[in-house]
Design a protein around this ligand. Sequence first.
Ligand code: ZN
Length: 213
Amino acid sequence: MDSRAPTLSLSAERTPLLTLPAEVVKNLTTYEDHLSLYIQLEETSTSFSWLKADVLAHMEETCGQGAPLQLSSTVGVPPGTISNYIRVARAFPPEKRDPGASFSLHFQASFADKYNEKTGTFATETRFKWRDKSIDNNLSTRSLHKEIRRAQIRAKEKVFPCMLCGNTEGTMQYALYAVLLDEKMQYFYLDKPCYKKLCQFLYGKKNPPTTSK
Ligand SMILES: [Zn+2]
């Protein structure tokens, strides 16, 4: 490796630490000692993630879009992981990063907005609100993922009003398809009351037939 290559002096050791040094262990006695060291390590690992993200985003700007991909095969990290790091770096520029939230929470929040990988830009700016909401409500990365998905599905459904009454709340998409006719599936949108009315029109007071036997 080139000796002039930039390095970060994150450790006095030449070799990476693979265990706790004896002099550190010696000072770990109380619950608070362990907790404080653990929090320090958690913060360090968050920092490392941001640093890796910045290195990769900077590499893409400086060396071209193919460079991170090349790095991915050299170091044996999946290309998807590499592009995720770049995505988070672009989603949250340094001044928009919150040390109170983990890197993976920032990553998850970035999915609230549509991202163009070619241009490295986001179509909307809702991810900051989602990140803040997760901090305020102590949401896990997993719960944040679910909430964003739910909001996206709701947003899509609201675009179409009920075809019978024009109501936009709780409207769902239905499909009509005749197996034996060589025609495309017909989609239509109804809210629940109108769907019930349609069923009543088709089947009278009886329950609609089901396909199960
Ligand atoms: Zn309706």
